[in-house]
Design a protein around this ligand. Structure first.
Ligand code: ADP
Ligand code: MG
Length: 332
């Protein structure tokens, strides 16, 4: 009598467990990496169906590669390479036009702190190459001839350069745009929880789960292996620009890859800038712009763009942040 009751209870427990297993979709995690955009791009996606995750993540990588083919200056047939070589008004793809339009907004709002016409200056310094070079004032003045927020005009998809020798460089915005597109593609395929991370430029779809937000560390610019703080975020993009990402040193001076268009030299007003926004393209452009402008003008720039937050670490190691940023941060 007693044993049959126990057996019944056991059976009931098993039945409930089987029922739960069938009713609750188990969540799979898929993590994939590819070398794209000059960095390691990692996509992490969660969902009940592994086949759908695999297909969506591989489509997202293809989309990033497609954007890279439009916007890399190193690919001869890219829009950017052909626009840089163009001597006449030039028609670009709708995606390139979208990036240029956003970049021009940031260029104007930052009064030229953000500048997509620094291609010649970038080639001159060759930072990140095996033979970087500290240019002479004469070389810098040639490279900066004609650059500025009015140097490009966009009419639909037609781009006109004020000076035909100008070389276009979307290095401070295209990576953000590419990961925005990848996230859009994942969303269109029904993925609700995912992150797309291109060397620290990150787009987040939803939270890590329906209950948790994602935890994103902010690197210490002096010791990039360590973090100074963490951000708790869902459905947002977060991008950091720092002087420790690509640089060379000579006579104890660090020469890095974010240029102040006013001097033609690496910007000296910031050490790192982290921007949170709804799109990674905007966050990317604003991070570079605020880096060049420095704490005061950099945070003022953010007030021109709704729903953006920022943290700027200055050369003395002081932190400057928007009020909204402090609500997202926990300090280490
Ligand atoms: P990362 O490439 O490390 O993500 P950024 O987004 O700050 O960093 O972009 C730096 C790149 O942007 C440089 O390598 C160069 O191609 C370009 N760049 C440098 N200075 C500027 C500037 N003042 N405005 C716009 N683009 C810039
Ligand atoms: Mg940038």
């Amino acid at each position: 009598m007693r044993s049959s009751r126990i057996r019944f209870a056991l059976l009931a427990v098993v039945a409930i467990m089987v029922g739960l297993f069938v009713l609750l979709p188990t969540s799979h995690q898929l993590r994939r990496q590819q070398l794209l955009l000059g960095t390691v791009v990692e996509i992490v996606a969660f969902g009940p169906d592994l086949d759908i995750l695999e297909e969506a993540v591989s489509a997202a990588f293809s989309e990033i590669a497609r954007i890279e083919h439009l916007m890399s200056p190193h690919i001869a047939e890219s829009d950017v390479a052909r626009l840089s070589a163009a001597t006449e008004p030039f028609a670009v793809a709708p995606e390139t036009a979208e990036v240029l339009a956003l970049g021009l907004r940031v260029a104007k709002a930052s009064r030229g702190g953000f500048d997509m016409t620094l291609g010649r200056l970038k080639q001159l310094w060759a930072i990140g190459s095996s033979a970087p070079h500290i240019p002479t004032p004469a070389e810098i003045s040639v490279a900066l001839t004609g650059v500025g927020p009015d140097a490009l005009t966009l009419n639909g998809q037609i781009v006109t350069k004020k000076n035909s020798h100008l070389a276009v460089d979307l290095g401070a915005i295209a990576k953000g745009y590419a990961i925005d597109r990848a996230a859009l593609l994942l969303r269109q395929r029904g993925i609700k929880h995912a992150s797309v991370n291109a060397g620290g430029d990150i787009v987040l779809l939803g939270g890590k789960s329906s209950k948790e937000r994602w935890l994103i560390g902010i690197q210490d610019p002096l010791e990039p292996d360590k973090t100074v703080a963490a951000l708790k975020l869902a459905d947002r993009a977060v991008v950091t620009s720092g002087d420790y990402e690509r640089f060379f040193e000579r006579n104890g001076v660090r020469y890095h890859h974010i240029f102040d268009p006013a001097s033609g030299f690496p910007g000296r007003r910031s050490r790192s800038v982290t921007i949170v926004a709804d799109s990674a393209a905007l966050a990317d452009a604003l991070a570079t712009a605020a880096f060049v402008l420095g704490p005061e003008a950099g945070l003022a720039l953010l007030s021109d763009f709704p729903a953006t937050e920022g943290l700027i670490i200055d050369p003395a190691g002081e932190f400057h942040l928007t009020p909204g940023m402090s609500t997202l941060l926990s300090w280490h």
